[in-house]
Design a protein. Structure first.
Length: 399
């Protein structure tokens, strides 16, 4: 089965060849194999040309079977023409943005985003002559009035991080296209299982696959999906910058996505139940989740998402660090973790994590107070989860 050595050669040579190749095709495995090889052997120059022409496998930085499988899967999940898989969510975001901008361009961005996305605009693009304006994307007039003749990208998230606001993607895409700009949406919080921004008019969707798509908190990965016109630019840049996902992470995320639909619906149901409890709690100052009728974009969220509003929510507690610590210490089912989207419920504190590079004044200007906690809801038993949060709130704030 594995004999690829030659008795005419020495042990020193044969140890490199023995067992290296199957003597017959190992085809149709039930589970996708992991292809860890950095390169694939070719027979001759004709075979090499054929692989170039057919986008076959030669060198891992250009293409890898696991990365190709993940890209094809993400194209289906998001409903896009094509995709690339990246080494992280930030690799996907930065590759998509940089590939579609040049010196002298202007970007119009939502003001409430994942903090490090904001830093891509302010610390990286600004160095190369790309200016960014930040406005509230739930205010369509503010979006319209801030578009410039040199605006090439409008950028927002399906559900904002961490304040869980919901922009009108269809309207914003019309604004973008009327001004010859493209719309890029970060769909990490919802995924294509719950929302498809490309069908609402977006040109590119980026995902941190580290989060809900993988769902197991054991892989760092990202993806860019959309029109080939724009994704191909990102692929060319990816090959040069080396922002590709590795084979094992690609394999892990493909595995995770197989249960995506089951997980995110349960997470959305649990999040809605928690939001309802938090809204009634005397200890919670504010709750941010689109399932609530009190959410300012609730009706828009129903239109965009249907009956599942995602597994992310935020709550505002009194700005008392000692009591916030006591609340966290008394939780049993929710753990503090600087990530999100896993099968267990986790929380994070944006002032010391995702938005730690902002001053308090900058955070307060966009609504991120020192009492804000972001909660990524898992797939625990709903009643258990609600009761655990209730007892932790009572222990911290009821005394």
């Amino acid at each position: 089965m594995f004999k690829d050595f030659d008795d005419n050669f020495d042990f020193e040579s044969n140890i490199l060849e023995a067992g290296a190749y199957f003597s017959y095709p190992a085809s149709d495995p039930e589970a996708l194999p992991i292809h860890m090889s950095t390169a694939h052997n070719v027979k001759d120059l004709d075979d090499l040309q054929k692989r170039y022409d057919e986008h076959g496998f030669c060198y891992n930085r250009n293409r890898n079977p696991n990365r190709t499988a993940l890209a094809e899967l993400m194209s289906y999940v998001e409903g896009g023409e094509t995709s690339i898989a990246c080494s992280s969510g930030m690799a996907a975001i930065s590759t998509a943005i940089i590939a579609n901008t040049k010196a002298g361009d202007h970007v119009l961005s939502d003001q409430t985003l994942y903090g490090e996305t904001i830093e891509i605009f302010t610390k990286i693009l600004a160095k190369y002559g790309v200016e960014t304006t930040f406005v509230d994307f739930t205010d369509l007039e503010a979006v319209r009035s801030n578009v410039r003749p040199n605006t090439t990208i409008l950028y927002t998230e399906t559900v904002s991080n961490p304040l869980i606001s919901v922009p009108d993607i269809a309207e914003i895409s019309e604004i973008a296209h009327a001004n010859d700009a493209i719309l890029i949406i970060d769909n990490t919080f919802m995924t294509g299982a719950l929302a498809r921004p490309l069908k609402m008019g977006a040109d590119l969707v980026v995902n941190s696959l580290t989060k809900f798509a993988n769902g197991h908190s054991d892989a760092v990965c990202g993806a860019v999906t959309g029109s080939a016109k724009y994704v191909d630019k990102a692929y060319e840049l990816q090959v040069l910058l080396g922002t590709q996902s590795d084979p094992f992470s690609s394999w892990l995320v493909c595995r995770g996505i197989r249960t995506l639909n089951l997980r995110v619906r349960k997470q959305a149901e649990n999040a809605a139940a928690l939001a309802e409890m938090f809204e009634k709690s005397a200890y919670v100052k504010a709750v941010y989740h689109p399932s609530l009728a009190s959410h300012p974009q609730h009706e828009l969220a129903v239109k965009e998402f249907g009956k599942y509003f995602g597994g992310m929510l935020s709550i505002e507690l009194p700005e008392d660090r000692e009591k916030m610590n006591k609340f966290m210490d008394n939780m049993h089912l929710c753990h503090y973790a600087m990530t999100l989207g896993g099968y267990r419920t986790t929380m994070s504190y944006p002032p010391m994590s995702s938005h730690s590079d902002m001053t308090k004044e900058e955070r307060m200007a966009i609504g991120i107070s020192d009492g804000l906690l972001r909660i990524s809801v898992g797939i625990e038993n709903t009643e258990d989860l609600v009761k655990d949060f209730e007892q932790a709130l009572e222990a911290a704030y009821g005394a």
